[in-house]
Design a protein around this ligand. Sequence first.
Ligand SMILES: NC(=O)c1ccc[n+]([C@@H]2O[C@H](COP(=O)([O-])OP(=O)(O)OC[C@H]3O[C@@H](n4cnc5c(N)ncnc54)[C@H](OP(=O)(O)O)[C@@H]3O)[C@@H](O)[C@H]2O)c1
Length: 294
Amino acid sequence: MAQETADKTPLTLLGLGAMGTALARAWLAAGHPLTVWNRTPARAEALAAEGATVARSAAEAVAANSLVVVCLLDDASVTATLADTDLAGRDLVDLTTGTPAQARARAEWARERGARYLDGGIMAVPPMVGVPEAGGYVFYSGSKELFERHRETLGVPVGTTYVGEDAGFAALHDIALLSAMYGMFAGIAHAFALIRKEDIDPASLAPLLTGWLTAMAAPSVHQTADQLRTGDYTTNVVSNLAMQVAGVPNFVGTAEQQGVSTELLSPYFALMRRRLAEGSGDEDLTGVVDLLVR
Ligand SMILES: NC(=O)c1ccc[n+]([C@@H]2O[C@H](COP(=O)([O-])OP(=O)(O)OC[C@H]3O[C@@H](n4cnc5c(N)ncnc54)[C@H](OP(=O)(O)O)[C@@H]3O)[C@@H](O)[C@H]2O)c1
């Protein structure tokens, strides 16, 4: 049941894919007057039944409200969609995933067209949208004033985290977190591969893996951050680099014995070895960060 709409900011949403549709439903459920547009019109039909106004073109949708949110596949689809719209005086919020360079270029592109700009990076999947306890949020960067003006409306579908005036910072934070996630996925894939040919139920490994990754994540992340800030990678070390490099043959040997490729882990081990050769065995693994930065 939609809430009262009188005091709710009206807005336009361009893009009704899986994510755009979830965002639209959250704004409608909270009582925000919403104008929507999607390249394939059929995707807007269900939302019309839920109270959305369906625009016949992107230009008509942009003209309907001063707050315009876009959530499209990629940066090229944003260019294509906004090509024939008049953005003068609009507050444009782009939730499309992209690179920091694309976000900075889009901010400049919007400024040239007389629009104010905020870039967003969504840290949620569609089922988390409109479910506050799921913990999803969007990184925002760009105009702080614009963020403050629309903070309440933008915070309806998921939480908001503002990360700076540099329009590229939301994308940078988004990609940093997702990159760490893929590293974790790589480790998980390797762990399951190790037991694949054995009489071990993957379901029995699952809780052990989640428990171990959860226990390791927070201490490791905070320790790395603290050491990078101070520049001293030997503070509070509990598992030093020399000991960890000495243990590498255990990982390589076990993988070989289990018939598992080391292609996911080997690059990391190579960096650990290089750091040991160049640095101190008393360090943590933090020195690997510096080896990655070119
Ligand atoms: N889904 C997730 O789990 C998730 C999580 C975080 C962030 N995101 C980000 O949210 C954004 C949208 O994701 P999604 O899951 O909604 O994707 P999706 O379901 O694939 O929907 C893509 C949307 O982009 C539109 N589109 C694609 N190319 C277009 C073009 N050339 N011109 C105009 N419209 C075009 C599609 O329109 P049609 O309907 O006409 O094809 C559709 O509305 C992406 O940047 C994605 O990275 C998604």
